[in-house]
Design a protein around this ligand. Structure first.
Ligand SMILES: [Zn+2]
Length: 236
């Protein structure tokens, strides 16, 4: 880590869809994995709506996207991927989703959680998918206070899952609110390869360039060739 001596070694990325994590933070994840961190993805939805092909069915698509995500995970060196399986495009920040995420936080005990922003950013031309905001809200609520508090969802204790305190949350997609920047120059090739593993979702010709341009623009703010930016929240 750039500005901390904390010996963090476990990361978790919580996103709505297969491919969200690759678009958001795969340079950072590649770096963490290369440095020996154990990194786990939690994907809230099954990705079952992400196709405009009239021949495609949701059933087929779920299997394709799960395999694509596993392929991306192998490229990055993830420890594990958890598919919570909520229906794509209908995600809400419910208590059920919050509990399901808290369960995985207690199981894998991450030091740092990366998630998406819970609110729309109206300074860009990108409306954003409602599942992204729902997963961001549910992830933050699961970190604090649900994963921490033993009397919330006591059934998790019955499953043998004790409370866990996440140390930091890094919120991706916060735009100008970002205050934590990761130099990902060394990891761009791996990150792009992982992104392109989502063959059904990603434009194989242009996605790599779009991805690189985004990291260049972020890096320009902080004097890095390629950077990923986050809003960093330190928890007690
Ligand atoms: Zn998405």
């Amino acid at each position: 880590m750039a500005d901390s001596e904390e010996p963090f070694r476990r990361g978790m990325v919580i996103m709505a869809h297969p491919d969200d994590a690759e678009w958001s933070c795969s340079g950072t994840v590649a770096k963490w994995c290369a440095e020996g961190w154990e990194v786990v993805y939690i994907l809230c939805t099954d990705g079952s709506k992400g196709s405009s092909d009239p021949e495609m069915t949701s059933e087929k698509l779920v299997k394709i996207r799960e395999q694509e995500q596993r392929n991306a995970g192998k490229i990055l060196g993830l420890k594990d991927i958890v598919f919570l399986g909520y229906p794509d495009a209908y995600l809400e920040p419910t208590l059920e989703l919050r509990k399901d995420i808290a369960r995985e936080i207690r199981r894998y005990k991450p030091d740092v959680v990366i998630c998406g922003t819970a609110s729309r950013q109206l300074h860009s031309n990108y409306l954003g998918h409602p599942d992204h905001f729902a997963s961001g809200e549910a992830a933050m609520a699961a970190v604090f206070p649900t994963a921490r508090d033993r009397l919330t969802f006591p059934e998790l204790l019955d499953e043998g899952l004790d409370p866990h305190n996440v140390r930091e949350v890094w919120v991706a997609g916060g735009g100008d609110g970002s205050d934590q920047f990761v130099d990902v120059a060394e990891y761009m090739d791996t990150a792009v390869k992982a992104l392109k593993a989502h063959v059904s979702q990603v434009d194989q010709e242009n996605a790599g360039e779009w991805f690189r341009q985004g990291r260049i623009r972020t890096g320009e703010k902080v004097g890095m060739a390629y950077a990923e930016g986050f809003k960093r929240i330190r928890l007690g």
